[in-house]
Ligand binder design. Structure first.
Ligand SMILES: Cc1ncc(COP(=O)(O)O)c(C=O)c1O
Length: 356
């Protein structure tokens, strides 16, 4: 079958797998905050109705100001996108026809976007101990326009260390190769960020998304941070009114709601660690994620397809890893969801163990 390239929209997956979709399913393939969207959006939603009849602010001035303040950068260093996915498209356009390096496994849109603009793509696979192969990367980066690296990483949920990220930036600082650090899941880990370094490293671009933590994937809002001259070059590709008026309203409200982020991070950490104890006890392998999703595998299987299909039949939808270079079906990705939902996954995994 042709496996869908992304999580979410499980109907496509069931159709492709030729399995009748059960009446009730739990979707672990989409990695958004199970406790969102924040109540503040629900409370104000109806009052925003009037904004849909006019064009949104093409510059998203107010939200840009808020992002700049939160990230402690200048407003000129922020470029808004209709989701981080659109910002990645801008980068593809910026480096049209150039060579780009992707540290794999990673989010698939870097490659999709760069291919669409005729880039030459090279991979660097991370080491087995989850460190960056620095020397190989530095050699490949020579003559490349950019390196894409995702931390905390999608799909493993693990984060590269601060020391490694600084070493990477230092090594490439004297080259013309940009370093794109995708921090779409930064809020869930709340740990080290390179955002404060855009002034120091003029080749650094940081990607962020609001769709994950705030569970507004359907509304769409993401942005990048980069030094002013790079940000200006990238902003040329931004279509007028690219961020819709409701997304701007919602973002203004939720970015002021830091309590929601802290509370969600705590709850998700608790649920994740609980799940890890279970997986350890039951003999499954898993990635030491610091965010709201993780990789898991039954070590008895080289390809996890039988487990994946077993769970699909039971209405438990995980994310396959066939299109992640370096993983190729050896793992499955699962989101951390609410306690009740995680219990459903635990139950199904126990049934799998019993019958296999
Ligand atoms: C690592 C990573 N970056 C960026 C994105 C795109 O996020 P957005 O919903 O803001 O377009 C995703 C979406 O899954 C992602 O996993």
């Amino acid at each position: 079958m042709k496996w869908p390239a992304h999580g979410s929209n499980p109907a496509h997956l069931y159709e492709g797998a030729g399995i009748k979709q059960p009446d009730s399913i739990v979707d672990f393939s989409v990695n958004i905050n199970p406790y969102g969207p924040p109540q503040s959006i629900r409370d104000q939603w109806n009052s925003w109705f009037s904004v849909i009849s006019d064009y949104p602010d093409p510059y998203g001035k107010s939200i840009t100001r808020q992002i700049a303040q939160l990230s402690q950068v200048d407003e000129q260093q922020v470029v808004l996108g209709n989701g981080a996915a659109e910002v990645i498209q801008f980068l593809g356009q910026l480096w049209r026809g150039c060579k780009v390096i992707i540290v794999q496994p990673a989010f698939s849109e870097y490659e999709t976007a760069c291919r669409a603009y005729g880039c030459e793509i090279e991979y660097v696979l991370i080491n087995e101990d989850y460190t960056i192969p620095m020397k190989e990367l530095a050699v490949k980066a020579e003559g490349a326009a950019a390196v894409f690296i995702c931390t905390p990483n999608n799909p493993s949920g693990m984060a590269f260390s601060e020391g490694e990220m600084i070493e990477l930036l230092d090594r490439l600082s004297s080259t013309s190769c940009c370093v794109v650090v995708d921090e779409a899941f930064y809020d869930f880990a709340g740990s080290f960020t390179v955002a404060g370094l855009i002034q120091k490293y003029s080749n650094l671009i940081v990607l962020r998304s609001l769709t994950k933590m705030y569970a507004i994937a359907g509304l769409r809002l993401g942005y990048l941070l980069a030094n002013e001259s790079l940000a200006l070059q990238i902003a040329r590709f931004r279509p007028h009114w690219n961020v819709n008026a409701l997304a701007l309203k919602a973002a203004e409200t939720i970015l002021a709601d830091r309590e929601f982020v802290d509370w969600s991070r705590e709850k998700i950490t608790e649920e994740r660690e609980n799940m890890f104890s279970f997986l350890e006890k039951e003999g499954f392998q898993f990635s030491r994620s610091v965010v709201n999703f993780y990789l898991l595998r039954d070590p008895r299987l080289a390809d996890q397809k039988p487990l994946f299909l077993f769970l699909l039949e039971k209405g438990i939808v995980l994310r396959h890893t066939y299109n992640y270079p370096g993983l190729a079906g050896k793992w499955l990705r699962a989101a951390v969801k609410t306690e009740a939902e995680n219990n459903q996954l635990k139950e199904a995994l126990q049934q799998w163990k019993k019958q296999s």
